[in-house]
Design a protein around this ligand. Structure first.
Ligand SMILES: CC(=O)SCCNC(=O)CCNC(=O)[C@H](O)C(C)(C)COP(=O)(O)OP(=O)(O)OC[C@H]1O[C@@H](n2cnc3c(N)ncnc32)[C@H](O)[C@@H]1OP(=O)(O)O
Length: 152
């Protein structure tokens, strides 16, 4: 971007056309995304879309370049506990290295938490590395437990 040009960012839901805007390359900055074909992407997009508001993927687009600058997702878990309560699980938050430090990560997390609030969730949770603890604290979360996992 040339000097003086103002960056404008737009936050919205993932669109099927975002594969051509660097969405998969952005996910690769988080972990292995794999080399998805267009068919595989379209199929998974349709599957996720069929869950409606129970699975939301949000992106922030840099409007001037048309590049996806940040993303994150949330899944709504429906419980029997807490009088059939709901809980939100935030996953896959990543900001392109070019755009870090501009509060885009925080905007993504706030957007996802607002969705959880609107869906009637009583809590939002996520797993993260110790490195990112400070970031999520800035987003208003607090450390509650340890993560346990097993790769299958
Ligand atoms: C549930 C999950 O998905 S965990 C995976 C998290 N993602 C990754 O690790 C991928 C690689 N990292 C990234 O993509 C980014 O560095 C992110 C998402 C962690 C942060 O995104 P950014 O847009 O750079 O952060 P943002 O600018 O919104 O920071 C918000 C605040 O947190 C602070 N902050 C950002 N990162 C960190 C950190 N690692 N530790 C402590 N504070 C931090 C910022 O200084 C800022 O503070 P301020 O409000 O006082 O100015």
């Amino acid at each position: 971007m040339s000097g003086g040009e103002k960056q404008t960012f737009k936050i919205r839901r993932l669109d099927i056309s975002d594969k051509t805007k660097g969405y998969i390359e952005l996910l690769s900055q988080l972990t292995v995304a794999g080399s998805l074909t267009d068919e595989e992407f379209d199929q998974r997009f349709k599957e996720i879309t069929s869950y409606g508001d129970d699975h939301l993927i949000c992106v922030i687009e840099d409007v001037s370049s048309g590049k996806i600058a940040a993303t994150g997702s949330v899944m709504i878990e429906k419980k029997f506990l807490r009088n059939c309560g709901k809980a939100g699980h935030i996953e896959d938050v990543v900001v392109d290295t070019e755009f870090r430090g501009k509060h885009l990560g925080k905007q993504v997390v706030e957007f996802l938490m607002e969705h959880c609030r609107a869906m009637g969730c009583y809590k939002v949770m996520l797993d993260c590395s110790l490195e990112n603890k400070g970031f999520y604290e800035k987003c208003g979360l607090v450390n509650k437990a340890i993560q346990m996992s097993k790769y299958l």
